[in-house]
Design a protein. Structure first.
Length: 292
């Protein structure tokens, strides 16, 4: 019987992000293709008799129920009726508030780990249902890989997996409020939408260039209005021979897709000189919570 385990909580990027409409409940209806990349946080989960304890290596992050990982543990015990507790230690590597679902991924990883440690035998689908109560990205992070997300992000369809390629991620030293970006978005001014079906065809053909040139995020224009640095980063990527480059989520992280590792490594070195939070990753198909 295992008393503890170490899990990986992977980052996600948006290959496309389309906003279809604003719903009456204030949420936005979205249609987006998401992909797991190899940048990850390392999480150690250990069984305790009762309480939930959370430690994070970044002192400015909350360690109570304001943290999604803590919420995940609370919900796990509440929904399963399991009598127990958990000590959770998070070693963060994914930038915070960056459009990479770092917090959602942590919550998903904790649900997956507790499910295994306590032999709760909840299906992935059930874990995703629980995860949705924490946030719209958590169900995707339970499954991982290449998926189409619709609704508010909770209706997921597995897509042909993205071929292996290299991803350089740049997180500028700016903060972006997802809520504010969505509130600023004026649907009447959205003139262009992603060619989601074209991306899916390119995925079927394992065509990295075809995927990369069709990448599009309708929120990018909104975020760039207040943060022109995002456009500057994309321009620098273009100079470095990227296959395609867009902002992930509501930002501010911008990523570039490279077919060749040497080109990705060169871009990484150049970007790292200017931006402290620059990462070299690759596409992966593993779900969140595997590995050590």
């Amino acid at each position: 019987m295992k008393d503890e385990m170490i899990v990986r909580s992977y980052a996600k990027i948006n290959i496309t992000l389309d906003v279809l409409r604003r719903r009456e409940d204030g949420y936005h209806e979205v249609k987006m293709i998401m992909q797991t990349v190899s940048l990850y946080d390392r999480i150690r989960v250990r069984k305790l008799k009762r309480e939930i304890r959370l430690n994070v290596n970044l002192p400015y992050l909350p360690t109570d129920n304001r943290n999604l990982a803590y919420q995940a543990a609370q919900l796990f015990f509440e929904k399963t009726g399991v009598q127990g507790g958990a000590e959770i230690q998070i070693e963060k590597h994914i930038p915070v508030a960056a459009g990479l679902a770092g917090g959602s991924g942590n919550a998903a990883a904790v649900l997956l780990a507790l499910n295994e440690l306590y032999h709760a035998e909840l299906s992935q689908d059930r874990l995703a249902e629980i995860g949705l109560e924490i946030g719209a990205d958590v169900p995707y992070c339970i499954y991982g890989g290449t998926m189409l997300a619709e609704g508010i992000g909770e209706n997921l369809t597995r897509l042909p997996q993205m071929p292996q390629c290299y991803i350089v991620l740049v997180k500028p030293q700016i903060s972006v409020s997802t809520k504010k970006i969505y509130e600023t978005l004026d649907m009447r001014q959205v003139a262009e939408h992603p060619d989601t079906n074209g991306v899916i065809r390119a995925l079927e053909q394992k065509d990295v260039k075809g995927i990369a040139i069709r990448m599009f995020n309708v929120l990018q224009q909104v975020t760039e209005q207040t943060h022109p640095e995002i456009a500057e980063i994309r321009s620098r990527f273009m100079e470095l021979g990227v296959e395609g480059t867009i902002m992930s989520g509501s930002g501010p992280t911008v990523f570039g897709v490279f077919e060749e590792k040497t080109a990705a490594e060169k871009a990484y070195q150049v970007m790292q000189q200017r931006y402290q939070e620059t990462f070299l990753a690759e596409t992966i198909t593993e779900r969140n919570g595997t590995g050590s």
